[in-house]
Design a protein around this ligand. Structure first.
Ligand SMILES: NC(=O)c1ccc[n+]([C@@H]2O[C@H](COP(=O)([O-])OP(=O)(O)OC[C@H]3O[C@@H](n4cnc5c(N)ncnc54)[C@H](OP(=O)(O)O)[C@@H]3O)[C@@H](O)[C@H]2O)c1
Length: 282
């Protein structure tokens, strides 16, 4: 191995959890290829640690960019390959499924699901070469579908399935695949989703507001609160580091306020009771 403890690729490293993971893994001595989409993010990250953080332009929907990023990484890691991939990039589309425009739902699935598979396929050879691990940034929404979060939950349920299948497929090469399932984390995703969703929500027909108005308002307020509350992203970064480096990594990491009890309840309570509890609290 080189002077680094290993090489890691993290997608969606510009802000929030991805940025926290980048800084944490660099601090642990890893060279981190940090996937970004904007020059200002590349510059900011590199200023943090120009030795260990290497920004790579990586829009997970842009096949050409993925190819270019992978050849840049391959050239720089040589025979060491990659020791980790963190599929973190993601967006959150919020709104009632009855009225959400299909193109918004498609975008949700494309970024949070196809994007992760596209990047994974492209770097698998480098991971195999480096005996690397894969960490997928799922969510509590990959275990339980809250009302108005149906599109987002669909993407995370899909990511859970992909994580399980991939882990079983890659077992012969001893390449571990883990899922991180955070509850609410204090990142810009909520502010960003509010902004994007405002456009979507503003364009919903009046009828949607007659039917879902109160809940849409509650979701807006909840998103604004989530931007300020929740665990700091550095807590997720520690868990990601465990998944990437521990001798016995877990397959699933649940974290966040009330996240573990909620997952436990979804396992033991019948659907009708979960529906009632959800209705009472939303
Ligand atoms: N925050 C939470 O409460 C929470 C809870 C559970 C799971 N998660 C998951 O954690 C992950 C990171 O989210 P976050 O909360 O840290 O939010 P965030 O700060 O908004 O980060 C999302 C990242 O994804 C990137 N991204 C979006 N679309 C992309 C695309 N097409 N190609 C490449 N990158 C793209 C963003 O890049 P730009 O800056 O260029 O847009 C940004 O770097 C997501 O998968 C999210 O679902 C978050």
């Amino acid at each position: 191995m080189s002077k680094f403890s290993g090489n890691i690729l993290i997608t969606g490293a510009s802000t929030g959890i991805g940025e926290a993971c980048t800084l944490h893994m660099a601090k642990l001595g890893y060279r981190v290829f940090a996937g970004v989409r904007k020059e200002k993010d590349a510059e900011r990250l590199q200023q943090q640690d120009s030795q260990k953080i290497v920004p790579v332009y990586l829009d997970v929907l842009n096949e050409k960019q993925i190819k270019q990023a992978v050849s840049q990484i391959a050239e720089s890691v040589g025979d060491n390959g990659l020791q980790g991939l963190v599929n973190n990039a993601g967006i959150a589309v919020v709104g009632p499924l009855e009225y959400l425009p299909l193109e918004d739902i498609r975008r949700q699935i494309e970024i949070n699901v196809y994007g992760q598979i596209a990047v994974t396929q492209s770097v698998l050879e480098l991971l195999r070469q480096g005996q690397g691990r894969i960490v997928n940034m799922s969510s509590l929404s990959g275990r339980f579908a809250f009302p108005l979060y149906g599109a987002y939950a669909a993407s995370k349920f899909a990511l859970e399935a992909i994580t399980d299948a991939l882990r079983r497929e890659l077992a012969p090469w001893k390449m571990h695949v883990a899922s991180i399932e955070p509850g609410v984390i204090r990142t810009p995703i909520w502010e960003k989703s509010l902004k994007t969703n405002e456009t979507t929500l503003d364009q919903l027909p009046a009828e949607a507001y007659e039917r879902y108005g109160e809940r849409i308002e509650a979701a807006r307020k909840g998103a604004a609160r989530s931007g300020k509350g929740g665990l700091p992203p550095e807590e997720v970064a520690k868990v990601v580091a465990h998944a990437l480096t521990a001798r016995r990594p877990k397959t699933r990491y649940v974290l966040g306020r009330n996240a573990k009890p909620l997952v436990f309840l979804t396992r033991i309570l019948p659907d009708w009771l979960l529906d009632r509890i959800t209705a009472a609290s939303s």
